[in-house]
Design a protein around this ligand. Structure first.
Ligand code: DGL
Length: 260
């Protein structure tokens, strides 16, 4: 059995929403989390820039000796997953995609909203997923303006955060959607606020964290690289930003574990 860690990568803190689900479903696995931090946010950047950040991140995780990589960032997935997979052919690499499929399969009103970064919403990957699953379903695309910065600054519980969420989400109430898909891994940290704004309107808020963790579990078994049950689990945090940022990642991750 394989005690090497799983690598998780995001532009910053967002991938911790995926990390949390991995810890929950795979308690015997060690994980190295790389939160770029230096180049965050990615959402408004070009595909080339994001690809080069993702390549650097992947190199770093490979140097750290990971057995699998989870690109815990929708934006980096849309920009770079193909490039990563063709350069590291033997490494299992899992990407993040918004849960458009389950939302389209379960919508009763035939109208869903996807909240994501501008880059993700304009990407070919998003357009082709939507074309595949959204036949007969209207998909409203909305950028969570300011959401990433709020999460990066750890201000999810502030009045300012509620105001930013209300500004983006409230207009959806009159559009008749019954599903809101969180297509950016930072956004689940604002889920409570989003749910507060839509309360009483019969709207489900969906993210991809759990589904990705299940996919990782399946791949660990398929490649026969799962850790033993007596593995000494280690959670490490690294960053391209300064030590303060790195230490914050670790602190927030610990809080997440305590609040489970
Ligand atoms: N967490 C990221 C995502 O899932 C990107 C946020 C950003 O850096 O703009 O899309």
């Amino acid at each position: 059995m394989d005690s090497r860690p799983i690598g998780v990568y995001d532009s910053g803190f967002g991938g911790l929403s995926v990390w949390r689900e991995l810890c929950r479903l795979l308690p015997h696995e060690s994980i190295i989390y790389l939160g770029d931090g230096k180049n965050c946010p990615y959402g408004g950047r070009s595909r080339e820039q994001i690809t080069s950040f993702a390549m650097e991140a992947m190199e770093r995780l490979v140097e750290e000796g990971v057995k699998m990589v989870v690109v815990g960032c929708n934006t980096a997935t849309t920009a770079a997953i193909q490039a990563l997979r063709s350069r590291w052919e033997d490494m299992p690499i899992v990407g993040l995609e918004p849960a458009v499929k389950p939302a389209c399969l379960t919508t009763k009103r035939g109208r869903i909203a996807v909240l994501a970064t501008a880059h993700s919403l304009q990407s070919d990957m998003f357009l082709s997923t939507t074309a595949r699953y959204a036949e007969g379903v209207e998909v409203i695309k909305i950028v969570g303006e300011g959401f990433v910065d709020i999460v990066e600054r750890g201000e999810e519980h502030s009045a300012k955060a509620y105001e930013a969420v209300r500004r983006v989400v409230e207009p959806l109430l009159s559009r008749g959607v019954d599903k809101i898909v969180l297509g950016c891994t930072h956004y689940p940290f604002l889920r409570e606020l989003i749910e507060r704004v839509v309360a009483g309107h019969g709207i489900d808020v969906i993210d991809s964290g759990e589904a990705v963790a299940r996919r990782v579990k399946w791949l660990l078994s398929r490649y026969n690289i799962a850790a033993d049950e007596d593995n000494r689990v280690e959670y490490r945090f690294i960053s391209f930003a300064d030590e303060g940022y790195r230490a914050n990642l670790e602190r927030r991750a610990k809080e997440i574990l305590l609040n489970r």
